[in-house]
Design a binder for this molecule. Structure first.
Ligand code: F6P
Length: 360
């Protein structure tokens, strides 16, 4: 069978491992042939392809990025876009398409499926916020990078008596912030799920310092929200919106740092990890997970399970309807948020119950 493959949306470590698994199992076990559509949906829309065979996937397992490259193109925004995609698949003799991407990419995959294109989805997002699957590849790598950054920031914050705010990715959910915040021993974790009161954050840090600590680490997801709803802190509309209507986020770290400094008088700085979290080699966990997703997807094609996505449940790869995957954004599990809250300082606790600790 001839199968088209594309990667859409923001890249993340592990994409190449998925592509490699699809091509290797498809070639060795099913005698499939492949067409790589480059730059996400743009490639299918504008008929831009590359060869995809055993030799093109050789040596790509540990490489970040995606050999197919990617974009945030939305064919549904272009005149006859979906129809053109279907025609280009036919033109190349592709009987099926494997689309590797997040909710935006998979929402287009669902539309194509509704237009009789045989599509299978593979979940991809560094943010780990796709519904229906426990973990997406790339997330583990990002958490490891963010944790290492927090460890490094710790030593310099401690040396200088500073508050340092580390801004991590997470547009609609705070998975990276929560995991790296727990792993890195952050003092405050700010996530989109729980709008924060900056006065309380500042007071918590003030009380922590009052009981003898002289530095603090705050981890903020880029999409974290001020409780007063002041969204201007969270991003910039100047860059416009992408094809799926998203604004470019960034800047919450520096805003939070300066608000803390204003309220506490403690010298505060911020660092933005940005695309460092998405670049470079995938962790061993992500290589294995991505490989399993790729194998799951090619098997689904040969079981005629179209309009569906490979998903991780527990430790099993299963298939779920695309509609379920794109229905809602997956928020951080309550248990994980509780774990984060459980380990953090509690406002007023030490000061009121251990007054002797407040003397410094
Ligand atoms: O959607 C994943 C994500 O990494 C978000 O966390 C982030 O806001 C966005 O992509 C950044 O996208 P881009 O690389 O297009 O600036």
């Amino acid at each position: 069978m001839k199968i088209g493959v594309l990667t859409g949306g923001g890249d993340c470590p592990g994409l190449n491992a998925v592509i490699r698994a699809i091509v290797r199992k498809g070639t060795f076990h099913y005698e499939d042939g492949f067409v790589g559509f480059v730059e996400g949906w743009r490639g299918l829309l504008e008929d831009k392809t590359m060869e995809l065979d055993l030799s093109s996937v050789g040596g790509i397992l540990p490489r970040g990025g995606t050999i197919l490259r990617t974009s945030r193109t939305n064919p549904a925004k272009h005149a006859d876009g979906l129809q053109r995609c279907a025609e280009n698949l036919k033109k190349h003799g592709c009987e099926a398409l494997i689309a590797i991407g997040g909710d935006d990419t998979l929402s287009v995959a669902k539309k194509l499926f509704d237009n009789d294109v045989k599509v299978v989805g593979v979940p991809k997002t560094i943010d780990n916020d796709l519904s229906g699957t426990d973990f997406t590849f790339g997330f583990d790598t990002a958490v490891n990078i963010a944790t290492e950054a927090i460890d490094r920031v710790h030593t310099t914050a401690e040396a200088h008596n500073r508050v340092i705010v580390v801004e991590v990715m997470g547009r609609d959910s705070g998975w990276i912030a929560t995991y790296s915040g727990i792993a890195g021993g952050a003092d405050v974790i700010l996530v989109p799920e729980v709008p924060f009161d900056i006065d309380q954050v500042a007071e918590l840090i003030r009380q922590r310092h009052a009981r003898g600590r002289y530095f603090s680490i705050v981890v903020a997801a880029e999409g974290a929200k001020f409780a007063d709803g002041n969204e201007k802190h969270c991003g910039s509309l100047q860059a416009g919106r992408d094809d799926f209507g998203h604004i470019r986020l960034g800047g919450i770290g520096s805003t939070v740092a300066s608000e803390i400094e204003k309220r506490t008088g403690f010298e505060s700085r911020s660092v933005v990890l940005g695309h460092i979290q998405r670049g470079g080699s995938p962790s061993a966990y992500d290589r294995v997970l991505a490989t399993r997703y790729g194998l799951g997807a090619i098997d689904m094609v040969h079981r005629n399970e179209f309009g569906r996505m490979a998903a991780l449940r527990g430790n099993k790869i299963i298939s779920i309807p695309l509609a379920e995957a794109i229905a809602t954004n997956r928020k951080v599990d309550k248990e994980i948020l509780d774990a984060a809250i459980g380990i953090l300082d509690k406002l007023d606790y030490k000061v009121s119950k251990n007054p002797e600790l407040t003397t410094k």
